[in-house]
Design a binder for this molecule. Structure first.
Ligand SMILES: *Cc1c(COP(=O)(O)O)cnc(C)c1O
Length: 421
């Protein structure tokens, strides 16, 4: 499918009069339409809730939009919990899916009334000792080991991942926690990442539904939810077919009717913790070409760098690039599109076929709405960009300002910097 930016050259030329490049831009209309579709796709399940994975796009303005569609927050750290609270999420609207968890974060999550999702068997004891009891509602993260394979050949390796508990640990854990007063139990698993197939959730759901039927039989625990977590992907490359959330919802529904309903478990709520699917396509990084360089390869230097978007440098991820105003120009050139870090992996694209790029051209780097800005760091003393929201009426609202040097130096308050005017 041809990838088209949600913003035009004319719009960007207007925006840069107020907000200089680089910046992350989010498409509010797109976020809203997609959040609505997710709710509709799972409306068949009475207790359904999407807990947006805050780590993907930790911005209170974004969280508040999603909240309007009934979303909760999936938090993994103290500051994410604090942000959820600040946005008015409370109680079971917050899922705390952490790992290697600092004990004080269990305490804070519990104070907020969040559902605690335990990553490890030993955390049962940690939680009991830290809180003085086991919460009434509790969840365990499952890791079946081995490989998780789908019919299109996509697979992931739960056996190599640090997350979750084995089946026998969960059986044992549920028995212990029931004994200690827990009443409502949930199960969680995240077995494959960025799956661009409608099969992942249904296949995972079937596996988890079979597990909870067995758990109910062997432990007598009241299972109240199954958390399918994240992993629903987006098409980063133009040749990929986007997932159809309605087909995914129906696939999970079918597994539910096949496995849970006959077992008399037709009150189990389905939860999800999608990050990427909720936001990635509805954000982009807008950057300007500031240099061209001709050595053994052709380079275009832009004013963004890996600090603004780490995925290409970290994972070698493909992010589609559109040169604004040249959407239909032939891709006659082969460029490496690079940032300014003193790191040779600071390349947004390698050997990419693109139209002729002139200095001053604006480039849209697609699908940065999740795991984009959020992964930013400050290597080379680089500052983080602003985040802007393109509103349905076409106006742009700043939802996070760009960092200034003062932000960079702020944590050196133990040193007396004297900057000349
Ligand atoms: C990262 C993460 C998510 C979100 O993953 P996506 O791939 O963005 O959907 C959900 N749950 C947990 C526990 C995570 O760590």
């Amino acid at each position: 499918m041809k990838k088209t930016p949600f913003v035009t050259k004319e719009q960007v030329e207007e925006i840069v009069k107020t907000y200089p490049t680089p910046f992350h831009l989010y498409d509010e209309a797109g976020i809203r339409a997609n959040a609505k579709a997710v709710q509709e796709a799972f409306a068949w399940n009475k207790g359904f809730r999407e807990y947006f994975a805050v780590k993907a796009t930790p911005n209170p303005f974004i969280l508040n939009i999603l909240k309007e569609y009934g979303c909760g927050c999936d938090c993994s750290s103290l500051t994410e919990l604090m942000m959820a609270k600040a946005c008015g999420f409370e109680g079971d609207q917050i899922m705390f899916s952490s790992n290697d968890t600092p004990l004080e974060e269990f305490t804070y999550a519990n104070e907020l009334g969040a559902i605690i999702n335990l990553d490890d068997f030993t955390h049962i004891k940690c939680v009991e000792e830290t809180l003085g009891y086991i919460p009434e509602t509790i969840s365990c993260r499952y890791n079946p080991g081995g490989v998780f394979e789908m019919s299109n050949g996509i697979m992931d390796n739960p056996g190599d991942s640090k997350y979750g508990m084995t089946k026998s640990q969960i059986i044992e854990g549920f028995k212990i926690m029931k004994e200690k007063g827990a009443k409502n139990f949930g199960i969680h698993a995240f077995l494959a990442s960025n799956t661009v197939t409608n099969e992942y959730y249904p296949q995972l759901a079937k596996q988890l539904f079979e597990l909870v039927v067995e758990l109910k039989e062997t432990t007598g625990c009241h299972i109240t939810f199954v958390n399918l977590s994240g992993g629903v992907g987006v098409p980063y490359t133009p040749d990929q077919e986007p997932n159809d959330i309605y087909a995914i919802g129906e696939g999970v529904h079918k597994a539910y009717d096949e496995v849970l309903v006959p077992a008399g478990m037709d009150d189990v709520a389905i939860f999800s913790e999608m990050g990427r699917f909720m936001l990635a396509p509805y954000g982009c990084l807008v950057t300007q070409a500031i240099h061209e360089k001709h050595i053994y390869k052709e380079y275009i230097g832009v004013d963004a760098c890996a600090v603004n978007l780490m995925r290409p440098a970290m994972y070698g991820s493909y992010h589609h690039i559109t040169v604004l105003g040249k959407e239909d120009a032939p891709c006659t050139e082969t460029y490496d599109v690079v940032g300014s870090l003193c790191e040779n992996n600071d390349k947004f694209a390698i050997d990419r076929k693109l139209p002729v790029i002139d200095k001053g051209d604006y480039l849209v780097i697609h699908d940065t709405g999740a795991h984009g800005f959020a992964m930013g760091y400050s290597y080379n003393g680089k500052l983080k960009s602003a985040e802007l929201l393109l509103q349905p009426d076409g106006n742009v609202k700043m939802i996070r300002r760009a960092e200034t040097p003062a932000d960079y130096f702020a944590t050196f308050d133990c040193f007396d910097f004297k900057f000349e005017e």
